[in-house]
Design a protein around this ligand. Structure first.
Ligand code: MSP
Length: 514
């Protein structure tokens, strides 16, 4: 039987500058979801990329004495380097400067024009260059950009317009019939009230700069960068080309994962473009919260941008990934600090998860040459631990399917915490002193190592380098069948398995060094 497909995307990032920890958050979240779906049996396609056109890039490149293409090539190489360092396993990386993408944007624009959904008129509005967005007078916040707070410019130009207003009712009907389309619910309500206030037609071309995809039938105009960018989710799948197998197989997307600031584009403009083109709509758009600093937003002008590469060098990709995904309840904002990161590593990973393995493996080596023997569970303590272990994969799966990543991680932490407590309660170090308690000692240590196997399988999408180390230590590196999601059934770890002592998984961080 062929597997069910799952198509997930990240936003395509602007190569106007290097990426910071906030951008890494979106992509790491998408990667963890993609890996989780693979682990649980889906045929996954994971897309990311770069959004390379627009006035801001043109200006930045010029200021550096480079062509826009020279400039973005370097920055995009940096994106790919960062994703490699963070163990992000995408299937494809789309660049909006690629021909395969341009062709689809041109095709869409032409089709919408031919069917009368794009028309020419003149536009006057307030434009924020960094955000690549026009605002009406009424939308401005004290005369500044309502999104980033920077200066806006009054522009008047001959432009093409997309008849968004024509589709407002169809959009509202769609949202009503698909209550899960916009996540979380608060964002859904915001979008509905935005559309109910009255949807204006969208200005979809510019003549004030060059760096973009030309309108095929009027090359003085370049296509509005958001219409260009949103199309990536389909152009990357080969839509409209000779080989559109990927499009046939994976579209519509299961989830577009985006930050809350770009929800309007993804939940209103993109679905309406697709409606007008008579193409299927994505199944879900999830808007996550922002990673903030005590002083507010991260920005280059404030000089407070956190470089993920430095953190990876210092703490390792697994720990950085874990922190990002555990710290923010998915959908809400949260504060970043290096201290919080170090505390997370110390508490969850060093003291709880890593220590569970090191103390249990030491005892196993000391008391029974590392060998696991047949367990004989007895009584309430064993039952409680085993029940929790068996329940946790279900809780994790449910949370992941609802894109509640931090809640999924919390459930795994709870199991690991329970196993540590179980060690305190059963005190194997005392059992070892009494020869009549050998069977009990073996059962306790077996149970904890089996929990370790459970926790490690469940953690693998979040910290992809850890499992290999744990499997080697608990002696099942060659037993792939014990490392799968399906193997999460209690007691599969065979007797005779030999556990070894290993290197500390997560060394404790001295907080005074931060
Ligand atoms: N190019 C557009 C997206 C086009 S998608 C068709 C864009 N690019 S971006 O580089 O500015 O931002 C990309 C993503 O990074 C957005 O989802 C945004 O929310 C996210 N983040 C940027 N800073 C962030 C934080 N500080 N915290 C969390 N996410 C942040 O928008």
């Amino acid at each position: 039987m062929s597997k069910e497909t799952f198509y997930i995307t990240t936003p395509i990032y602007y190569p106007s500058d290097k990426l910071h920890i906030g951008h890494a958050y979106t992509t790491v979240a998408a990667d963890a979801i993609a890996r989780f779906k693979k682990l649980t049996g889906y045929d996954v396609y994971f897309l990311t990329g770069s959004d390379e056109h627009g006035q801001k890039i043109e200006r930045t490149a010029k200021a550096k004495g480079q062509t826009p293409k020279e400039y973005v090539d370097k920055i995009v190489a940096g994106f790919k380097h960062l994703w490699g360092k963070l163990d992000v396993e995408y299937n494809d990386f789309i660049r909006t400067t690629e021909d395969r993408h341009k062709k689809v944007v041109e095709m869409f624009f032409e089709q919408l024009y031919k069917q009368g959904d794009i028309y020419k008129s003149s536009y006057k509005g307030w434009y924020c260059t960094p955000c690549e967005t026009f605002f009406t007078e009424y939308q401005l916040a004290e005369g500044k950009c309502p999104d980033c707070g920077r200066e806006v410019e009054l522009l008047e130009e001959e432009s093409y317009f997309f008849k968004m207003s024509k589709y407002a009712d169809q959009w509202l009907k769609f949202i009503e019939e698909n209550p899960d389309f916009i996540q979380p619910e608060t964002r859904r309500n915001e979008m509905i009230s935005f559309v109910k206030q009255g949807l204006e037609d969208l200005c979809v071309s510019r003549t004030t700069f060059d760096w973009g995809i030309k309108v095929p039938f009027d090359p003085n105009h370049v296509v509005y960068v958001w219409v260009d960018a949103l199309t990536n989710y389909i152009s990357a799948l080969g839509y409209g080309s000779e080989n559109d197998d990927l499009y046939q197989k994976y579209w519509p997307a299961d989830v577009h994962l985006v930050g809350k600031d770009i929800m309007r584009f993804h939940t209103i403009i993109w679905p309406i473009m697709l409606m007008a083109l008579n193409l299927p709509l994505p199944k879900k758009v999830m808007g996550h919260g922002w990673l903030l600093l005590e002083g507010g937003k991260m920005s280059k002008s404030k000089g407070n941008v956190v470089d993920p590469l430095k953190l990876i060098d210092k703490y390792g990709a697994d720990a950085v990934r874990y922190y990002l995904l555990r710290e923010l309840p998915f959908g809400s904002d949260g504060y970043y600090s290096e201290e919080a990161l170090a505390k997370r590593i110390n508490n969850d990973l060093a003291n709880d998860y890593g220590n569970l393995l090191s103390r249990t493996s030491s005892m196993l080596v000391k008391y029974q040459q590392g060998e696991l023997r047949k367990p004989q569970p007895e009584g309430k303590l064993d039952e409680e631990l085993i029940n929790l272990a068996v329940e946790t994969p279900k809780v994790v799966e449910e949370n992941m399917n609802n894109l509640q990543i931090s809640a999924a991680l919390e459930a795994i932490s709870k199991l690991v915490g329970r196993a540590n407590k179980y060690l305190e309660e059963t005190a194997p170090w005392s059992l070892a002193k009494d020869e009549t308690k050998t069977a009990r000692l073996n059962t306790v240590l077996y149970n904890v190592i089996e929990v370790m196997r459970f926790a490690t399988i469940m953690l693998s999408p979040f910290m992809p380098n850890i499992p290999e180390k744990v499997w080697a230590q608990i002696g099942i590196e060659d037993k792939k069948e014990l490392q799968t999601w399906d193997s999460l059934r209690w007691g599969k770890l065979p007797e005779g398995t030999v556990v070894k002592k290993g290197k500390v998984l997560f060394p404790r961080i001295d907080l005074s060094t931060i």
